[in-house]
Design a protein around this ligand. Sequence first.
Ligand code: ADP
Ligand code: MG
Ligand code: ZN
Length: 476
Amino acid sequence: MEFEPVIGLEVHAQLKTQTKIFCGCSTAFGAPPNTHVCPVCLGMPGVLPVLNREVLAFSLRMALSTGCRVNRESRFARKNYFYPDLPKGYQISQFELPVAEHGEIHIDASDGKLRRIGITRIHMEEDAGKLVHDPEWPVSRVDLNRTGVPLIEIVSEPDLRSPEEAGAYLRKLRSIVRYLDICDGNLEEGSFRCDANISIRPVGASAFGTRAELKNLNSFRHVEKAIAYEIERQKEVLLEGGAVVQETRLWDPAMGRSTSMRGKEEAHDYRYFPDPDLLPVVVDEDWLAAIRDALPELPDARQQRFIDEYGLTAYDAERLTADCDLGDYFEACLAHAPQVKLAANWILGDLMAWLNAENLSITESSVSPEYLGQLLALIDGGRISGKIAKTVFEEMVKTGQDPKAIVEAKGLEQVSDAGELEALVARVLAAAPDEVAAYRQGKKKLMGFFVGQVMRETRGQANPKLVNEILKRELQ
Ligand code: ADP
Ligand code: MG
Ligand code: ZN
């Protein structure tokens, strides 16, 4: 039997506000444990939370950027459970009335078409603290600096149909939060977290199968691997005549498999109820309009503009716009580069290869967009060959220097002097009488040999076009 996977993702994005969601404590990462805390985020009795307006503004930016309907009035609710990282014994979240609902984003599906993925809801909530398990200590300790750090949870419809689509959806969401500058989107550091719900059903069936929920997916690679593993696991269960049970499973990246964490019976009953300490969240229409007006250009729009304005292929435009900073780099480079296509090729080729190898982000590039553009101008103007440009680029990577200075200091300028090249060609031909004779008898392939000789004599700096012209003329 053929099965079709059905996947829905729940994504938690940590918002980049200066202060926490319900108190004035700093959200800065990496402070000594329990130094960014106050009675409110420590959950002391009698304190009152006050909503940070910026959290709402950031949530609205996301809602508007994902086509969601914003609820004029939403509510906070208490989600009750006991865990040592949650001093109040409940998490303030949103339940029945989230800030926004019924959105969508578009992803490139594997067949090259655009796929619409529905967003069920976006809600605001506070993060919990962090347990620290250090083998040096006899007990676990808790750091409550993260308690009350603002999150939005973005819940998708069960619209995804493969691990790759889930990856594409997650990348698109990450791209959007980074364009909006509301979250740094770092899966590895946990500021962007994803739980995946997975079921399978016979192809053609209309009802969904029973789902399992996967947790602990902290890189894009793991998300896709874990989902693929889960699909296979469920297939095996069904093919052996068993039934998939509803459960939460924990992905083990080292082992490359998941194990059951808790079943439906052990699932929490959160006993949600409206938080009596917080007023309903009312969104003023004028404020919402102002937030909409201030939205930046988003990845889809930018991709289309790159296609229309710069004549890039959809593929290159997509790669250049997925990361906001990369798109900025490209456009800054264009201000100095003579050809769009050349700039796109160098950025997506040599530059990205180097950044990936060094595990650097584009903002950490020692080669500035201005200097890369100037390097491309040197190629375009015939001052250096494309091959020499690679040498210059390597030097730029090491020193961050101006390409013109490197070319001058190292004497890498292309030899385009006709007289000089003619003399050189004459010498090369004189030194290879057999090859010259063979060429003249029809062994035209030898042209490559002659060009190679001239290049060797000039350490690759001869203008290849000119060399070819002169050789053809001299060999006739
Ligand atoms: P919960 O609150 O228990 O996590 P929800 O109904 O909010 O459950 O669903 C959470 C996620 O699970 C959503 O992203 C949704 O799309 C997805 N989901 C729901 N049913 C299925 C299913 N049968 N197969 C795969 N994903 C599902
Ligand atoms: Mg869930
Ligand atoms: Zn606090």
